[in-house]
Design a binder for this molecule. Sequence first.
Ligand SMILES: C[S@@+](CC[C@H](N)C(=O)[O-])C[C@H]1O[C@@H](n2cnc3c(N)ncnc32)[C@H](O)[C@@H]1O
Length: 208
Amino acid sequence: MNPATQDKIRTTLHQLFDDARFDHLKMTKGMAKSIFRPMRPSDFEEAYLSISQDQGEELSRIIKERKFKNIVEFGTSFGISTIYLAQGAMETGGHIITTELIESKAIKAIENFKSAGVSELIEVRIGDAMETLRGHDNSIDLLLLDGWKDLYLPLFRMLEPNFHKTTIIYVDNADMADSRKFLAAIGQDGKYLLQPQHNGKVMMISIK
Ligand SMILES: C[S@@+](CC[C@H](N)C(=O)[O-])C[C@H]1O[C@@H](n2cnc3c(N)ncnc32)[C@H](O)[C@@H]1O
């Protein structure tokens, strides 16, 4: 990667993480909206809810080491994780399809990809992942699951035909209740190897 691109990525990520440090306030605001009803993604339209820097670097490393090219992400938010994915894909000649339900977040993410100089590697699909990824006809090397947790299982089942023997499914917030139900369900298949990382926050799934 040329030093100018490296610099743009570093600067953009720095600004985004700086902005994300107010997430606890935005999350409190979101939760207050959902006291009398179930939470909705739109309650958190201002919150990043991003993966950590360590996770981002890990994802980028996985892509480079395994020479992954076909990357799919569920849950773009403002694009922090996607920029890390692009950092890896830049080295492998890969590309990313990422999908976000909230249009305002997706639009901001697209601006962030431009600032980071990685737009050409990323296709952003705005809408419900169950629709935007329906009929996906390419094989998937890396699937990052980082959207609403109750969709992990149906989305995984929908994309399962696109997995191959070296596919990795990287599950964020694996310790949340809906994620645990998802992991229990696919654990029963006997086809997958589940490896917890980051003290259980992440589950790395590979094919046995
Ligand atoms: C945890 S955040 C993603 C954080 C992002 N991966 C990062 O690390 O920077 C989850 C995102 O998933 C989005 N989302 C929730 N339900 C969705 C759906 N059905 N389809 C697409 N995106 C969805 C939310 O709006 C939210 O922005």
